[in-house]
Ligand binder design. Structure first.
Ligand code: TMP
Ligand code: ASP
Length: 242
């Protein structure tokens, strides 16, 4: 049976158990938060759109050699996923300066990064506000051991090269994004969570228009349309987007 017991409710998703202890149901919600939950709202149809976008991108990444937790789409807002023991780290990959990087190193938004992709590690701890970790902090906290850190970093870079090319062929610049990894029952590292306009920055190549959650964070309007546009682009064949 699907959706047996609610195991965890986050800001954007609910995870349920199923009859198989190694398989969970991940259900995407319309609710949206930003700035550590200080800003709250609803993005109509977001659950449906993020479920479809994530499924498409997980499938693409699996084919390109990135193991993911995705198993199967089971409803408009739900997908079956493999149970993972998650690392308490968020991996942020950046090609172009935006968001917190601009505040941290003083670059103007839109500056291409000379050392792209820049990979950053954040401690998943709401009480601390998910702080940026340096190498010594990672070693001190021991939240990811050295081999797993090497593997998650390698996979983060591979995800970037696959998605950058995929989106460029559909008229979208992949500015930056956040990933979460965990280990499956066999001990293998897999990509978990979601990949959606909630967790990535997407800019239209032709117009520079933001097609992601920054429209919600910064009250820019047209939020639902931006998510719908990303769904349309990821569902399209390369070079066919007008
Ligand atoms: P940042 O510039 O705010 O650090 O965000 C970098 C990328 O990570 C951006 O694509 C948004 C994504 N992100 C999340 O998915 N969750 C978060 O909690 C934060 C802070 C960023
Ligand atoms: N997801 C985070 C929050 O809920 C931050 C963000 O995406 O801006 O606060």
């Amino acid at each position: 049976m699907i959706g047996r017991e609610k195991l965890h409710e986050g800001k954007a998703k609910i995870v349920y158990s199923t009859d198989d202890p190694e398989v969970y149901l991940q259900d995407f919600k319309d609710s949206a938060t930003a700035f550590d939950g200080k800003k709250k709202g609803t993005i109509q149809q977001k659950g449906r759109m993020n479920n479809a976008i994530s499924a498409r991108l997980f499938t693409l990444l699996e084919k390109a050699g990135v193991p993911t937790h995705y198993l199967q789409t089971v409803s408009e807002t739900g997908m079956l996923i493999r149970r993972l023991d998650m690392f308490q780290v968020e991996f942020v990959v950046r090609n172009i300066a935006a968001g917190s990087l601009c505040k941290r190193i003083g670059y103007l938004e839109g500056t291409p990064l000379k050392k792209a992709p820049v990979v950053e590690y954040y401690y998943k701890d709401d009480g601390l506000g998910d702080p940026l970790l340096c190498q010594s902090h990672l070693e001190e906290l021991a939240v990811v051991d050295p081999e797993d850190l090497a593997e998650t970093t390698r996979l983060s870079r591979l995800v970037n090269s696959v998605l950058k090319e995929f989106f460029a062929a559909r008229g979208v610049t992949l500015v930056d994004f956040k990933l979460e990894f965990g280990k499956d029952a066999t001990g293998a590292v897999r990509l978990g969570d979601e990949i959606s306009p909630d967790t990535c920055r997407f800019w239209d190549i032709a117009t520079g228009k933001k097609l992601d959650k920054d429209r919600f964070r910064r009250d820019m309007g047209d939020v639902e349309d931006a998510y719908e546009e990303i769904l349309r682009r990821v569902s399209s064949e390369p070079g066919t987007v007008v």
